[in-house]
Design a protein around this ligand. Structure first.
Ligand SMILES: [Zn+2]
Length: 255
């Protein structure tokens, strides 16, 4: 391990970056988007090897439909890809590089396309706000004990592997979760999904929370705080929703 860290330190330049998230918070970013995307792709492949994918065509189509509508509202330099996993977890995730995973168990909480869109919007928001960059950067610094910075190209494969593991295991901070809630609300509304349904979704999520913490609940603000925040942003989201409908964005993913 010491040898590996030494090797990494030699390979890495030391230059810390600070970026601003879409809602104006500053973040410590030490890894380039390209490197993060590499980590995301590796983590996604790992997940696909470890968890069976759903063969239910209706379910897959419903998820694909919602993902397509939501991601049409954001601009990212890659093609979004989604996989439905045949597992009971009430959960979903999105990784840098645009890789989205939905667990079949999520449908215990997401009762219609609008509620599914609330989840997908939230997850896509984590990616668009580059939350993983700050999270992985901080953790690598902690683990390696130095200001680790991957220079733009030629990152050591060990670092990509470590980052991929971190992406699948590290929880987001509460601030990240709140930001993803509000951004996600905007995305779903702009895509033509009813933002009011987000409240029902998060209520259902809290109800379905088992003994294992899920991504949504592990570091989230108390449900009441979350509901209050969502309600506060609802009027703006409803305006966007009406605009979307007027523009003909009326997704039909449930049929
Ligand atoms: Zn989240």
């Amino acid at each position: 391990m010491t040898k590996r860290i030494a090797a990494l330190m030699v390979l890495l330049a030391s230059l810390a970056g600070c970026a601003t998230s879409p809602t104006g918070r500053s973040q410590l970013i030490l890894i380039s988007d390209a490197e993060l995307a590499q980590m995301g792709v590796q983590a996604f492949d790992q997940m696909r090897q470890e968890v069976p994918v759903s063969k239910d065509p209706k379910l897959r189509e419903r998820v694909r439909c919602v993902v397509e509508a939501i991601t049409a509202q954001v601009s990212a330099p890659y093609r979004w890809e989604v996989e439905v996993f045949d597992a009971d977890e009430v959960n979903a995730f999105a990784l840098p590089g645009g890789k989205i995973g939905v667990f079949k168990g999520l449908f215990k909480a997401a009762e219609n396309q609008h509620q599914l869109a609330a989840v997908i919007g939230h997850e896509v928001a984590h990616v668009m706000a580059r939350h993983a960059a700050a999270r992985v950067s901080q953790q690598l610094v902690t683990q390696l004990g130095v200001s680790v910075v991957a220079a733009g190209t030629g990152v050591h494969p060990d670092l990509i592997g470590m980052g991929a593991d971190l992406l699948l295991t590290l929880p987001y901070s509460r601030a990240d979760e709140s930001e993803a809630d509000i951004l996600g609300l905007t995305y779903m509304a702009r895509a033509g999904f009813d933002p009011r349904e987000s409240l029902a979704l998060w209520r259902n999520m809290a109800r379905e929370a088992g003994p294992r913490p899920v991504e949504f609940l592990s570091t989230h603000p108390a449900p009441e705080t979350r509901m209050r925040e969502l309600e506060r942003h609802l009027p703006q989201a409803l305006a966007l929703y009406e605009e979307a409908r007027a523009a003909g964005r009326t997704p039909r993913c449930d049929s």
